[in-house]
Design a protein around this ligand. Structure first.
Ligand code: FAD
Ligand code: NAD
Length: 403
């Protein structure tokens, strides 16, 4: 009998954990598993703000996919997915052209959402991959180096769009990095401006107000400027344009602009004809795409409603990994002819770092801040490594400097 072909798109939190769980559960020769990913490495998306600020080398947050998959059970294809052809049950890739499937898992992650704001795509950076993180770090350093030559002060201004979790975590790292950069490039630190521009009336909108005040105060103490209730309206080569009042705008000259003000699901979702909201498919309780009996969508490409408030759960690594566990079980059920399980998200909490040494969070309904939050953040980072690669990956890549 022909072996069922299981194809997984994306080796991030959702896709890689699905592959690892399947390789453990499947018997030899029970199915053919193919994992397609842009690169031969996995990266911890949740650590990208550190590499972008230059507080952590990008090699620390990535590892070879082959170090965690069993090559006798999972076939890794290093390629870029262009489209899914659901009718032909085929994945179209840049190099391998067409890869057929019987069961598909779409776990291609997120892309930056610029909401059509002019100039952002051309002139602002986004924290969304190893390559982009490396580029941001190098660009900031380059600006500091050039300042020595031309003394253009705007080179030393870094604007971060959005005070969501990504923006705040990146600024936390930057605030710790700036003193070292100034020392390295002989720059008076008073000349450096790190500005966080947020459209909503508060940083980290919706998060615990006491913890938000703590975070803002800690970052302000390190020199970060906040422009709250200020929407970004445009971006040029020279800097950022922000709204001021009803009609007016103001130009803030800046050498570096990082857009961290929103994400959407992979553009492959829309291109492949899945019904979606900003690249996210509102999946069935089984994680199948609506109307499909062989395509699962998980991670940032999926949308799961929190029934209590009738709003989608935010896209996180936490939900992606929980989905991967259920997705692997459901694929196994399809292969073996069993019953599909419904996914039920069990949020454990949220921790937001403010650099390596500080943070805020709510874990199992308990508020934490300062050192305890910073330690908890590392425990969470380490847990994700352990879940995918066990103790050996944790020992190789884990964060063990707790203070
Ligand atoms: P990802 O883990 O992003 O993986 C997607 C994979 O698909 C990547 O390997 C990518 O290379 C690959 N890929 C993409 N397009 C293609 C293509 N066309 N062809 C082939 N391969 C492709 N969440 C938390 O829960 N806690 C946190 O502390 C946290 N911190 C974060 C910090 C930052 C800076 C950012 C940016 C996000 C953070 N998040 C956090 C959110 C979290 O990272 C995402 O929700 C999570 O990564 C989604 O997992 P995923 O599997 O959907 O996608
Ligand atoms: P987000 O959508 O959560 O936050 C974006 C922020 O940008 C919002 O505060 C929004 O008001 C602001 N914004 C939007 N348009 C703007 C404009 N024109 N001008 C100025 N500000 C504007 O996006 P994110 O922070 O990238 O997070 C993406 C996902 O990743 C979320 O689900 C988040 O929970 C998750 N994440 C989690 C963590 C963590 O748990 N520590 C860290 C990073 C990201």
């Amino acid at each position: 009998m022909k072996k069922p072909r299981i194809v997984i798109l994306g080796a991030g939190y959702g896709g890689l954990l699905t592959a690892v769980r399947l390789q453990k559960k499947l018997n030899a020769n029970e199915a053919e598993v193919t994992l397609i990913n842009k690169h031969n490495y996995h990266y911890e998306t949740t650590w990208l703000h550190e590499a972008s600020a230059g507080t952590l080398h990008h090699d620390r947050l990535r590892y070879d996919i082959t170090s965690v998959i069993d090559k006798s059970k999972v076939n890794l294809v290093e390629d870029t997915v262009i489209e899914v052809n659901k009718e032909a049950k085929m994945v179209v890739c840049e190099n391998n052209k067409e890869i057929p499937y019987d069961y598909l898992v779409v776990a291609l992650g997120a892309e930056s959402e610029t909401f059509g704001i002019e100039g952002l795509k051309e002139y602002a950076f986004s924290i969304s991959s190893v390559n982009k993180a490396r580029h941001i770090r190098d660009h900031i350093e380059h600006q500091f180096a050039l300042y020595a030559k031309d003394k253009k002060e705007e080179r030393l201004t870094i604007v971060v769009g959005g005070a969501g979790f990504t923006g705040i975590e990146f600024i936390g790292e930057l605030a710790n990095r700036v003193p070292g950069l100034c020392k390295e490039y002989d720059i008076d630190q008073k000349k450096v401006r790190v500005i966080c521009v947020e459209a909503a009336p508060s940083a980290l909108p919706g998060f615990d107000p006491e913890l938000v005040s703590y975070a803002v105060a800690r970052l302000e103490k390190k020199g970060v400027e906040f422009m709250i209730g200020t929407p970004i309206k445009g971006c040029t080569e020279e800097g950022i344009i922000v709204g001021k009042g009803e009609e007016e705008t103001e130009m803030i000259p800046a050498g570096t602009v990082v857009w961290a003000a929103g994400v959407r699901g992979s553009s492959i979702i829309d291109k492949s004809g899945f019904e979606n909201m900003r690249g996210r498919v509102k999946v069935e309780p089984t994680l199948l795409a609506p109307g499909e009996d062989d395509v699962f969508v998980i991670g940032d490409c999926s949308l799961v409603i929190n029934e209590e408030i009738n709003r989608p759960y935010p896209p996180t690594a936490q939900i992606s990994m929980q989905q991967a566990e259920v997705c692997a079980k459901n694929i196994l059920a399809l292969v073996r002819g069993g019953q599909l399980e419904n996914f039920e998200y069990k949020p454990k909490g949220t921790v937001c770092s403010l650099g390596d040494d500080d943070g805020i969070g709510v874990v199992f309904d308990k508020k934490i801040k300062g050192t305890s939050a910073a330690i908890m953040k590392k425990v969470i980072d380490n847990r994700a490594l352990y879940m995918v690669g066990g103790i050996s990956l944790l020992m190789k890549k884990g964060k063990f400097k707790f203070l």
